[in-house]
Design a protein around this ligand. Structure first.
Ligand SMILES: NC(=O)c1ccc[n+]([C@@H]2O[C@H](COP(=O)([O-])OP(=O)(O)OC[C@H]3O[C@@H](n4cnc5c(N)ncnc54)[C@H](OP(=O)(O)O)[C@@H]3O)[C@@H](O)[C@H]2O)c1
Length: 289
């Protein structure tokens, strides 16, 4: 099977590369910008010419707050990009994996969202990602829409990395305790995606680590696992941490569809422990921080 990963340098792209390259039966192609830019209409012809068996679109505009001031930029990457890729896939009968987000849901407090629930995106970023899902669905039957949430992976500038950096810089933190989500480890998503692509079962999937938590509890767990459990953390409501984009407070995903195929991800706490061991154990031993 020939797999093309677009956006191979991102957190998920790197994890996907590692997950696929250990498979001897997979021929892997990685595309990055500027050589392969998903906002360029030419990418359609490039995909059609390569004609892989599966395209995984891990490229996206992921700056949620920045999307509020540059909606055209966000829509270009998150809506036109998947549209151009889907057009290329349609031309060569190739399957597409379009990666999306928990933020396509409004996040009513107390609710958890399954694959069949109706999205209702609020922020510019969320609306652009939902538009990307819809553009791909309009063009392709052989499509996996894979929603992930609160993604973190080795080397990424993600929430756990920012928490550790802020703890080292400030010695004390204030973290929102009324925003909930599923912390999700990029290597775990990548492994699940390999299994999903193997299954050939197209559709909408929520690939998240099991369980959910608040930003505050996630921060405390990260600090404990990263050897910074002594750093004091004060819980605050989201209204005391204003952001340009208002994130959904409870866009918690449930993995029902992939679980029915036997594809599940381990509890988020174990994934955080694994991540912290990989990211912070070396500095602990060498006294780097
Ligand atoms: N991060 C999260 O918390 C989160 C949560 C929910 C869903 N998601 C979704 O998960 C997916 C992967 O996210 P991630 O965290 O791995 O993202 P990431 O680390 O920010 O990586 C995004 C990648 O997309 C590439 N890219 C951006 N615009 C491009 C363009 N026009 N053409 C080609 N490549 C382009 C970037 O290239 P450069 O390396 O050149 O910048 C980067 O390699 C995205 O679809 C995202 O929306 C992420």
């Amino acid at each position: 099977m020939h797999v093309l990963i677009v956006g191979g340098r991102g957190q998920l792209g790197r994890a996907l590369q590692q997950a696929f390259e250990i498979r001897p039966d997979i021929r892997l192609t990685l595309w990055n910008r500027p050589e392969h830019d998903i906002i360029s209409p030419q990418i359609t012809g490039e995909v059609a010419q390569l004609a892989p068996d599966v395209v995984i679109n891990a490229a996206a505009w992921t700056n949620v707050d920045g999307a509020e001031t540059d909606p055209d930029g966000a829509y270009a990457a998150n809506m036109l990009g998947p549209k151009y890729l889907a057009e290329g896939c349609a031309a060569c009968h190739t399957a597409l994996v379009q990666v999306s987000t928990n933020e396509v849901f409004s996040g009513e407090p107390g609710r958890c969202y399954r694959e069949y629930d109706q999205p209702s995106a609020r922020s510019v970023y969320a609306r652009s990602k939902l538009a990307g899902e819809r553009a791909a669905r309009h063009l392709l039957d052989r499509l996996y829409i894979v929603r992930v949430a609160w993604l973190f992976g080795p080397g990424g500038d993600n929430f756990p990395a920012k928490i550790v950096r802020a703890a080292d810089r400030h010695g004390a933190l204030r973290v929102v305790n009324d925003e909930f989500g599923n912390p999700t480890y990029a290597p775990d998503v990548a492994a699940a995606l390999v299994a999903l692509v193997d299954s050939g079962r197209y559709g909408i999937y929520h690939l998240v680590n099991e369980g959910y938590t608040s930003r505050y509890d996630l921060a405390c767990h990260v600090l404990a696992c990263a050897g910074r459990g002594h750093v004091p953390v004060t819980p605050i409501p989201a209204r005391e941490w204003p952001r340009p984009a208002t994130p959904p407070l409870h866009a918690v995903l449930v993995n029902q569809a992939a679980a029915a195929l036997g594809i599940t991800l381990r509890p988020w706490q174990e994934a955080v422990e694994d991540y912290c061991r990989r990211e912070f154990a070396r500095e602990e031993m060498s006294g780097e921080r």
